[in-house]
Design a protein around this ligand. Structure first.
Ligand SMILES: Cc1cc2nc3c(=O)[nH]c(=O)nc-3n(C[C@H](O)[C@H](O)[C@H](O)COP(=O)(O)OP(=O)(O)OC[C@H]3O[C@@H](n4cnc5c(N)ncnc54)[C@H](O)[C@@H]3O)c2cc1C
Length: 450
């Protein structure tokens, strides 16, 4: 009888490839995941913190390589204002280490649980002040990459096209193992707040976004209310305190979702439930944002610590041309109200929007040609959400929306191909050269990138 040990040598009997998750903790283990001849189940997908809401970081039949074990800071250069770190480090840990040296990430980025690699390989974006770059990846100076055949290659600013393809490459060109990015001394901004009706917001949104300001807003479509947050760099913006920002973050991302989940469970009458939900949101916006948070910097507004539980919020984000946004916002409100009327479904969290300036630093940048507004629809209400995001995708397509491969639910592949047009074709060419056997493509990404 053949001993089980004999079979286990794998010398005569090839074992079927094992699907599963690999969590390398150093470079040689990471390289081994991709070594030629290694019997891993395909496709291979790379995952950072896994906070994307699409299948871009999934491979149920294949292999997922988790990067969170690669979390060292290699160097902080306080003279040249750069930081080099492994890709699995959480943004919160990076922000805290930089703050200890008086430095901060450039741009307004929250979600401190995400990883550096995930934030560079997908759109990590927030309201940039004035013409400030919108994405974290815009600050990328060079990277080290593990290719699909297990080789390490450096990519620097001299290889401009290749670096631009690696920014927002969704793990389709290889694993970003280490990255060096530009940072800067901590700078204080002032934050002012307005509460406007949707019509008034639509009238002033073009003017608001022209100035040297960072524009973010929270929209309550069923209450006809927009809470606007305007940020400016001031010569003397005053001191910044972390506590108000901590309260704001705690209120928006922990208290409100929990309260709304409970209300959805215990209050069966929708009209009463939603009246309560909208009143609580309005009160929170009025109290916390307008009264507490007046000055800030990117360290205080992002928070240094990452939450340990996932946010567990449903979301889908689309980008719309800024020049059309005064019309799109009204159409979006009408869409939400009609959906509620016809299907009974509505989101309980406010939609969040912010302006992103034109930024062609990444080949797949959603604001490659023009400024856009990102509009993020968020909810805790699972029942009805899947149908809602299909209709939302149709709405976005009708209004010239650009999908994000990591953050837009239910888009049509044909529409994505149209929206990214020749850039997508160029990206595909680079992809074919780096991954001819399509080992890194799962069915979700293959729709657009095969
Ligand atoms: C409630 C909520 C709100 C959010 N709001 C915002 C927001 O305001 N702005 C914003 O920009 N995002 C937002 N996000 C989205 C999310 O945080 C980003 O998409 C994030 O940048 C992804 O980082 P991650 O580490 O979770 O990456 P993952 O989701 O794990 O991966 C993202 C993509 O990057 C690839 N990837 C990951 N690591 C590497 C690597 N080392 N090398 C190569 N490829 C890699 C993956 O294959 C995948 O395609 C939000 C998410 C949630 C849950």
């Amino acid at each position: 009888m053949q001993s089980p040990g004999f079979r286990d040598t794998g010398r005569f009997v090839q074992r079927p490839p094992q699907a599963g998750i690999q969590s390398p903790t150093n470079l040689s283990r990471l390289k081994r995941c991709f070594a030629p001849g290694r019997n891993v189940a395909l496709p291979i997908r790379i995952r950072g913190a896994g906070s994307s809401c699409t299948d871009c970081n999934e491979s149920p039949q294949g292999t997922v390589v988790r990067t969170t074990g690669l979390d060292k800071i290699v160097r902080i250069d306080t003279y040249n204002h750069t930081v080099t770190a492994e890709a699995g480090i959480r943004l919160g840990a990076l922000v805290a280490a930089l703050a200890d040296k008086g430095l901060e990430l450039i741009g307004s980025h929250d979600q401190m649980e995400r990883t550096l690699g995930g934030a560079l390989a997908s759109p990590c974006m927030g309201p940039g002040i004035g013409d400030q770059a919108a994405y974290l990846s815009s600050q990328l100076l060079n990277i080290k990459v593990v290719t699909v055949d297990g080789k390490v290659i450096p990519v620097s600013a001299e290889q401009q096209h290749l670096l631009s393809a690696f920014r927002m490459s969704y793990g389709m060109l290889g694993v970003i193992y280490e990255a060096t990015l530009r940072v800067r001394p901590i700078s204080t901004f002032s934050a002012s707040h307005r509460s406007l009706s949707v019509d008034t917001f639509s009238d002033v949104v073009d003017r608001l976004s022209e100035g040297n300001v960072g524009l973010k807003f929270y929209l309550l479509p069923h209450r006809d209310r927009v809470y606007v947050d305007l940020r400016r760099y001031e010569a003397a913006a005053g001191s910044t305190f972390d506590t108000p920002w901590k309260i704001k973050d705690w209120g928006e991302s922990t208290v409100l979702p929990q309260v709304f989940r409970s209300l959805n469970r215990v209050m069966p009458i929708p009209s009463v439930r939603y009246k309560l939900i909208d009143s609580i949101t309005a009160a929170t916006q009025g109290l916390v944002n307008s009264k507490l948070v007046n000055n800030g910097n990117n360290v205080a507004s992002a928070g240094r610590r990452r939450r340990h539980k996932p946010r567990n919020l449903l979301y889908s984000t689309w980008c719309f041309p800024a020049m059309d946004f005064s019309v799109v916002i009204k159409a979006y409100v009408k869409f939400c109200r009609e959906k509620f009327h016809n299907t009974g479904y509505r989101c309980d969290m406010p939609a969040v929007g912010f302006r992103l300036c034109k930024d062609p630093s990444a080949l797949l940048s959603p604001s490659f040609d023009e400024s856009v507004f990102a509009l993020q629809t968020t909810s805790t209400q699972r029942r009805g959400w899947d149908d809602f995001v299909i209709d939302l995708a149709q709405f976005a397509e009708n209004w010239g929306g650009t999908p994000l491969f990591s953050q837009s639910r239910a888009f049509r592949a044909e529409h994505a191909q149209q929206a990214y047009s020749t850039r997508l074709a160029f990206f595909r060419k680079i992809r074919h050269q780096l991954d001819a056997e399509k080992r890194l493509l799962n069915p979700y990404l293959a729709q657009c990138f095969a």
